[in-house]
Design a binder for this molecule. Structure first.
Ligand code: GRF
Length: 228
């Protein structure tokens, strides 16, 4: 990050200080419709910018959204790669090639290998459609309905070596109604995802998230709440 402080030249007591910080370049990983990517595009932030969108599938709507927004795209399919490690390395290389220093998994339906965590330590963020640790994996919405829970929700977390397991940054509850099916519940969850993910990425990019083991603290909002 580049930081520059410009002072207005007024007397010290009333001096205005302007701080400008280069936006954090991120890579957004997608596999499908990219509605979370769209939320990141629409969140106009001065703290992060989307340097590249990487998809593991050709022809998905999320790639069109990136092109419409003028963001470079890369497709890394598993076809010619050697398993999980091969595709993980190719994705990391593509992200770094565009200068990204963090990865945001926004509906990316593939498990990255441990190599990605070595390359981007505590700098990979995932959004998951349940209140983890309940219902990890690809069928989170279906499993919430099958289990009969009355509340499910959204988790945004750092990625570690295990699936849907890393330190939890934030969670939001979403009620499950008796009339829900997978589509209606997922739509309500996604509505919440769209507001939460971009906000988390913005706070991450501002350096506001402190991590100690599994515990993530928002140092900026803590300061506000404590009045310090
Ligand atoms: C999201 O609900 C995400 O939580 C899940 O897959 C969905 C992707 O939606 N992993 P989109 O591609 O962002 O529209």
């Amino acid at each position: 990050m580049v930081e520059s402080i410009l002072e207005s030249g007024q007397p010290t007591s009333s001096r205005m200080v302007w701080m400008s910080v280069e936006p954090l370049p991120i890579a957004v990983l997608i596999s499908g419709s990219g509605s979370n990517l769209q939320a990141l595009i629409d969140f106009s932030s001065d703290a992060f910018r989307i340097a590249v969108v990487i998809s593991d599938r050709e022809g998905v709507r999320g790639l069109e959204r990136a092109v419409e927004a003028g963001i470079p795209t890369v497709v890394v399919t598993p076809d010619s790669r050697e398993g999980r490690d091969g595709i993980t390395e190719a994705i990391c290389d593509a992200a770094s090639g565009y200068g990204a220093t963090a990865l945001v998994l926004a509906g990316f339906m593939r498990v990255l290998g441990a190599y990605a965590i070595e390359r981007f330590p505590l700098a990979i963020i995932n959004v998951h459609p349940s209140l983890l640790p309940s219902f990890p994996g690809a069928r989170a919405v279906e499993q919430a309905l099958e289990h009969g829970v009355k509340l499910t929700g959204v988790t945004v977390h750092f990625v570690d070596e295990e699936v849907d397991h890393g330190p939890i940054i934030t969670q939001r509850a979403v009620p499950v109604y008796e009339t829900d099916d997978v589509a209606s519940l997922h739509a309500r969850i996604q509505h919440v995802e769209h507001s939460v993910l971009a906000d988390v990425v913005d706070r991450f990019a501002r350096g506001a998230l402190g991590v100690s083991g599994r515990i993530v603290r928002d140092t900026v909002s803590h300061a506000t709440e404590d009045g310090r």
